[in-house]
Write a protein that binds this ligand. Sequence first.
Ligand SMILES: Cc1cc2nc3c(=O)[nH]c(=O)nc-3n(C[C@H](O)[C@H](O)[C@H](O)COP(=O)(O)OP(=O)(O)OC[C@H]3O[C@@H](n4cnc5c(N)ncnc54)[C@H](O)[C@@H]3O)c2cc1C
Length: 825
Amino acid sequence: MTADRSSTGFPSKFPTQAQVVIIGGGVIGCSVAYHLTKLGWNDVLLLERKQLTSGTTWHAAGLIVTPGSSEVGVELSTYTRELFKNLEAETGQSTGFNPIGYLQLACTPDWLVERRRMAVASRNLGVNVEEVSVSEVKKMWPLAETSDIIAGFYVQDDGRANPVDATMALAKGARMAGGTILEDTEVIGINKENGRVTGVLTDRGEIEAEIVVNCAGMWARELGALAGVNIPLQAAEHYYLITEPIEGVSPDLPIIEDFGRYSYFREEVGGLLIGFFEPVSAPWGMNGIPKDFTFGEIKPDWERMTPYIEIAMERVPITKNAGIHKFFCGPESFTPDGGPMVGEAPELQNFYVAAGLNSLGILQGGGIGKVLAQWIVDGIAPIDVSEIDISRALPFQGNQKFLTDRTVETLGLQYQLIYPNTQFETARNVRKTAIHDHLAKAGAFFVEGMGWEIPDWYAPAGIEPKVEYSWGRQNWFDYLAAEHKACREDVILMDVTSMSKFLVQGRDAEIVLNNICANDVAVPVGKIVYTQWLNERGTMEADLTVTRLAEDKYFIVSAGDFYTHDLYWLNKHIPADAHATVTDVTSGYTLINIQGPKSREFLSRLTSADLSNESFPYMSAKEIDFQYARPLALRVTYEGELGWELHVPTEFSVHVYEALVETGQDYGLKHAGFQALNTLRIEKAYREYAHDMDNTHTPLDAGLGHFVKFDKPRGFIGRDALLRRKDKGLPKQRMIQFLLQDPEPLLYGSEVIYRDGKVVGYLQTGGYGFTLGGAVGMGFVKNEDGVSSDFIYSGEYVIDIAGERYPTKASLRPMYDPHNERVRS
Ligand SMILES: Cc1cc2nc3c(=O)[nH]c(=O)nc-3n(C[C@H](O)[C@H](O)[C@H](O)COP(=O)(O)OP(=O)(O)OC[C@H]3O[C@@H](n4cnc5c(N)ncnc54)[C@H](O)[C@@H]3O)c2cc1C
């Protein structure tokens, strides 16, 4: 950096250059600065528009509560808690962390199941959650009304921090390690060249930078837009009130979270702070965040909030008469799926983002800063980032109407009982396939994914497709069973248009793709290649199929969730001088999937193409005549049966669909949804990227080593790292398929796996194996000495579901059709 720096870390001259510029001095920006300097990157300059903490951070309630079912969430939170415990010793600045304990209440049988499941998962992730009785709850919290409580869940080590102090401690730590912080400096422009960020323009001058990090909280979206970067987040009103002092309220009362009453309680200067996560909330600042909003408050909407205040106060009845000292409303940013937006912006190289914290910025702030700093330094994410990576954001999610409508629902998610398959109810019907209305008539129950209305399952004629949520078999379980059976015995039709589809074309398409893909795509025209894309560490970035359509033309199909990520990865790895282009053709095709043992006979009635094994073998593709259309047909399956994916040019799809349904009557054709796709693929142990395996796993861990072609002449990204891992011998973790021996219980993922009484992992995914006759799950089994097949098959396994343990069979190979006979039939 070219500026002189005073001993306090504040520059005496305005700097014109820094290796990293961080925008925003809230908890997130300060944490990124602190962690970058910890990694030895001290040419770091943090710019704050006004004063540190003056955005959202200053008024947070500071709850540091760690349990959860997501490994990433727990990792971010527990790291932050430990950091806040120790920062004072390092910096001399207290974070105000006080481990007063944390108590969650379960007041209905379904909440009890949910909390027990969460407790099992949390304990496995190192959070010491204890189930406590109602009388213990009463002992800890004598002022609480306990008559409706079934159980409490207590974490002794959790507590509260002071958000301003914690942020100041991070800032101090960053300065002590050589970082620089500049207040009263507003970034008003982002400079870029050839798709790469080159610096920022501030209201005090220009600063060159190799890397820019946008930590501007609720301003981050507008700031991103200046650089053409999509950061879907929206501010919303967020409330707490503070009562006058109450007798019997002491500073060491544990925090209570009462999900059923959308509220939490903690002590505040002798009174109680009652915070709210109301199920229907109010977005704020839709016309832009006011420029002068500094240490700001929003005028509270008493009328909207009064019913929630009344319900909450019933938990601690004395609060009704205590008098309200302060009713506070401040803005916080929320994202369309409730996860933060972190990582390199897909649209602009070296421009990183950490924003949209969904009311968890203090709790996860330490962890987010650590993860992003490591990501910046290494260029590769250090943990599973499926839930937080900004490259999951879709362009339409930056639409203001979408954000306004969706944000009504996202604040309340934090306290909502999330049953398996819980759906967003807001901002629906955003993307519909060309045959959507036909599927609705056929009884589809739609769920939302990436804005698409996706058929999940089908109700029989005369029955309304509606979900009754529960932890057991939901009302559509038998319909799902019938769809699953139809695929195994007859034939099904599935609309999977939401898959992402890209064309890679040009003279260098083969060379470029062979560098990106771990499998070999230098194959004859018409061949489909299943492959992973790896990063330089040899862990996975994508899992998809690549079909060669011509010498210079490839067709890529991947899951809809990775649309932005896969495009980003492709573009990032096509050299500037290569003759290869990427075109998104997702909307160009309706993808109708026909699967099942009768699919050949059935489809042959509608096409003149020869669908025999000789002419159309497994993993091959052809454009075929199909009624009046010429869809691209891929003989491929994710269900584990004989079948074809028909990529039908969109405007032809209705007549193709109608012909399929009409002729299908003769073959018992059944519509099937994504629930069936899931149960079918789990039986066959087909992996799902970002659910079963993620960016921290190698193909070897995931049992996909046979799809890696180490000996390709020019190698591929990640080859050397993967070879090094391979040479080390047996992987320390391996993906295993499990089948519960008792047909009754259900698996949803995150259940803990025991081998001979010892925890060896947890399930990444679960579903019901209707053909195998019980719930099936997949998860990584870990062993420091390596996971051999001997290790797998010599153990006795049980799986813990909400505290009950169930014997289970484990297998390295798919339990359904292990030799691929049906697939190749
Ligand atoms: C009522 C309430 C209670 C909460 N309670 C909790 C809790 O108990 N636990 C918890 O974990 N979280 C809580 N939160 C959420 C938490 O406060 C936020 O997630 C967190 O503060 C977000 O931090 P940030 O750094 O992303 O944003 P901010 O704190 O808003 O920081 C962004 C900074 O960027 C600056 N900036 C913006 N634009 C520019 C620019 N162009 N140039 C330079 N600087 C710029 C702003 O001035 C601001 O200081 C609560 C939030 C609210 C509203």
